[in-house]
Design a protein around this ligand. Structure first.
Ligand code: ZN
Length: 379
């Protein structure tokens, strides 16, 4: 893919506003009392990534710890199909290697041109996978910093609010950072690149250490099933199933149901269970996952779009049906405040079903408010 240096953008870069300081402090305080679970972001052992490429992906993620392994793997797959010798010609002189980097970007990051062979083994360094993975990761880390500055300085751009950080990075890597200004008015090819990389990174992310044997066996049968939001506090805004993606305009499967509600509306656990993840998860952004035993069967519920300060449980917490676990927010891929709820029969690593159908089939009770609060974080 063609890379654009984006030199013109230097003029557009503005220091982040100081107004965010108060919010950052609030987040820091809330995190101090309520650390989210570890966001693994590691490559799933099931991902179709060649064994040797896993070393390259791992090196890239070690070099740039802000970008998860699964995302690096998805970009490598898309750019070069993990072929270190991949080359694509274009009007700007072409791109080489795992991340398909052009000579200008390579030289600026590596300090020597494509044809450099610093270790004298007769192979251009740009074509050596361990060197390319490290240099490419440094370049992408710098690009991510640029993407963050652009989004902070231009909050009115759709790319600042409608894309996750990694989607914006995929966009910048594919079409140059200048494309952030035009999103979503970019070519279908660019939109499809962003979607493909995002979907793959999600699919290839290792699931949170799912309480595989012991803790799961320990989840008692739930006493009852309740709706996640109180009656009258929400409206059904987007159903489960195939729909037009509100961000890209493409047909995409929607794995949950969206319940529109005011920011801060309490979200309650739909059943007794064990929290297996609460907080940021690469590819998902903020998410709470709870595993339950309902009618003798394992089932997981997942809750998305809460802000950091709207997450009131931690991995390992035991909750009861109706416990206040979170507050509705608009974090991540959200055009407005809502709860995206997923139901995974057979557990978190299994597929999804229509949550509203599942809840109805299990006699989910409407309720008028949270029955209790875990109050773990003092909110
Ligand atoms: Zn949704």
């Amino acid at each position: 893919m063609k890379k654009i240096l984006g030199l013109l953008l230097v003029a557009l870069l503005v220091l982040p506003g100081v107004a965010v300081t108060g919010i950052a402090t609030a987040i820091a305080l809330s995190l101090a009392g309520c650390a989210p679970g570890p966001g693994p972001g590691a490559l799933s052992p099931d991902a179709p990534v060649p064994e040797q490429a896993r070393r390259w992906v791992h090196l890239a993620a070690t070099t740039c710890s802000d970008i998860p392994e699964a995302w690096f793997a998805a970009v490598m797959a898309q750019e070069s199909s993990f072929d270190p010798n991949a080359y694509a010609d274009d009007v700007n002189g072409g791109t080489w290697g795992l991340f398909q980097i052009n000579n200008g970007v390579w030289t600026a990051t590596y300090g020597a041109p494509w044809s450099a062979d610093r270790n004298g083994n007769g192979i251009w360094d740009v074509r050596e996978p361990m060197i390319h993975a490290e240099v490419g990761a440094r370049y992408l880390c710098g690009l991510l910093a640029q993407v963050r500055r652009l989004r902070e300085a231009n909050p009115e751009w759709p790319a600042a609010t409608q894309l996750t950080e990694l989607e914006a990075l995929a966009l910048a890597h594919n079409a140059g950072p200048g494309a952030l200004r035009w999103w979503p008015d970019v070519s279908a090819g660019v939109r499809s690149y962003v979607t493909t990389v995002t979907d793959r990174a999600l699919e290839w992310t290792a699931r949170p250490a799912s309480s595989s044997a012991d803790p799961r066996a320990d989840i008692p049968e739930t006493a009852r099933v309740v709706m996640p939001l109180a009656e009258g506090s929400y409206n059904d805004s987007s159903p489960y199933g195939l729909r037009i993606d509100p961000f890209t305009g493409e047909r995409r499967f929607h794995y949950g149901t969206d319940m529109g509600a005011a920011e801060g509306t309490p979200i309650v656990a739909i059943a007794d269970g064990l929290v297996i993840h609460a907080g940021y998860l690469a590819g998902w952004n903020n998410i709470i996952v709870i595993e339950h035993t309902v009618a003798g069967e394992r089932v997981a519920s997942a809750y998305l779009h809460m802000w950091d300060w709207g997450i009131h449980v931690r991995a390992g917490d035991r909750v009861r049906a109706g416990d206040h676990i979170a507050d509705v927010g608009a974090e991540g891929r959200a055009k407005g405040a809502h709860l995206h709820l997923e139901i995974h029969p057979d557990g978190w690593t299994a597929g999804t079903v229509d949550p509203l159908t599942w809840l109805a089939a299990h006699g989910a009770a409407a309720h008028s408010g949270a029955s209790s609060s875990t109050a773990r974080c003092g909110w």
